[in-house]
Design a protein around this ligand. Structure first.
Ligand SMILES: Nc1nc2c(ncn2[C@@H]2O[C@H](COP(=O)(O)OP(=O)(O)OP(=O)(O)O)[C@@H](O)[C@H]2O)c(=O)[nH]1
Ligand SMILES: [Zn+2]
Length: 361
């Protein structure tokens, strides 16, 4: 028995530290790096990183590297050597595409070829999990990593012990919430053990667990769901799905807090700002350093299974969602199209989703 945090808890702490602007140490038994989020890096930590006297690198994803015309020798990421002349503004401009069009002449960049990028890859994964821009300022730790982390009071993560299994979810509470769409509705709240955001299951009527349930995996969209934004179709899809379940008398809608296809609201707004500059929804994600879809669909299937559902009639226009559900062991007996909410403001968005992300029109 131990009161000490386990690996999942340590990772959650590391994400919180990165959001605060505090660096973390990542090690694999042989090598170690200290990594800070480019986005939250302040003057004091920037100086302290420089004073380590080790060569600094800015690790970015291959997506961001492509925009920067930097060679990604590590496949999915690039380790950009930070030049001696770099300042905090340089770091911000490489990490954040906000100014790409105003200041197109960045670089040329020297990226590292030698050595292993496993620790940098772990840093990028932590940043994505923290919903920060995926760009990490790193320095190698010379000497004993545990001693270094202890001296600076930093969280130290053994990356070879990170496993990629989905976070376990615990049902915290259920209660009756009569909806306009269906009076007989219960809301269940699920809490991931990794300290990330809670997710909700909205159970309409009393669906038969032995038959395929009418289901929707809805990804949070603050702008569409709450504000009635016309830039997407999320609000009408949410209300349309609940209305259909209400009309059929049974269904389950999972409201998954994976805002902005898993990049978080701040990054989604960065993507919107790039869309204001003329980039489409997919290009905007890539310029920021993200894939077009960063959601983890294992969350949705885990919740369905824990509620006793094994088969669904899935309301979606996205065939990739169907494939992912099947891959996670939920049978999709039918894809129920959810074509609702098209307007002049989102026509291009929906066309891009059809052309680039395989959505069915
Ligand atoms: N990153 C990013 N996310 C967006 C954008 N517009 C909407 N979203 C998010 O996209 C998610 C909805 O995903 P969609 O791609 O519209 O649809 P889907 O869930 O893949 O497919 P359907 O089941 O057919 O709705 C929500 O989390 C929204 O917040 C955008 O321009 N950029
Ligand atoms: Zn939306």
């Amino acid at each position: 028995m131990s009161l000490a945090p386990g690996m999942t808890e340590q990772l959650s702490r590391a994400r919180a530290d990165l959001r605060l602007g505090v660096p973390v140490v990542l090690h694999d038994g042989t090598h170690a790096i200290v990594a800070a989020a480019a986005e939250t890096l302040g003057k004091v930590r920037w100086r302290a990183m420089q004073e380590l006297g080790a060569p600094l690198t800015l690790a970015v994803t291959a997506r961001r590297a492509a925009t920067l015309k930097a060679r990604a020798y590590d496949g999915d990421l690039a380790r950009i050597a930070v030049p001696a002349s770099a300042d905090l503004r340089w770091i911000a401009q490489v990490a954040d595409p906000a100014d790409d069009l105003n200041a197109p002449m960045k670089g040329p960049f020297q990226t590292l070829r030698e050595g292993d990028a496993t620790l940098h890859r772990a840093a990028i994964a932590l940043l994505k999990g923290a919903r920060l821009l995926p760009a990490a300022l790193t320095a190698p730790v010379v000497g004993n990593a545990a001693e270094f982390a202890g001296r600076h009071d930093l969280i130290s993560i053994p990356v070879d012990q990170i496993d990629d299994s989905a976070a376990l979810l615990e049902k915290v509470v259920s209660a009756r919430v009569p909806l306009a769409a269906a009076a007989g509705t219960r809301l269940h709240v699920f809490r991931p053990e990794d300290g990330s955001e809670e997710h909700y299951a909205i159970e309409i009527g009393q669906p038969d667990r032995a038959a395929p349930v009418l289901a929707r995996l809805h990804s949070a969209c603050f702008t569409g769901d709450l504000l009635g934004s016309l830039k997407c179709d999320c609000g009408p899809q949410l209300r349309g799905a609940l209305a259909r379940m209400g009309a059929e008398g049974a269904g389950v809608l999972l409201y998954l807090n994976q805002e902005g296809r898993g990049i978080g609201l701040v990054n989604k707004m960065r993507a919107y700002s790039l869309q204001d500059q003329g980039f489409d929804t997919v290009e905007a994600n890539h310029r920021l350093g993200f894939e077009d879809d960063e959601r983890d669909f294992r969350i949705g299937t885990a919740i369905l299974k824990s509620m006793g559902f094994g088969a669904v009639r899935l309301m979606t226009n996205n065939p990739a969602k169907v494939a992912m559900m099947e891959a996670q062991g939920i049978t999709v007996t039918e894809r129920v199209p959810l074509k609702i909410g098209e307007n002049p403001h989102n026509a291009d968005y929906l066309a891009t989703k059809a052309a680039k992300s395989g959505h069915l029109l």
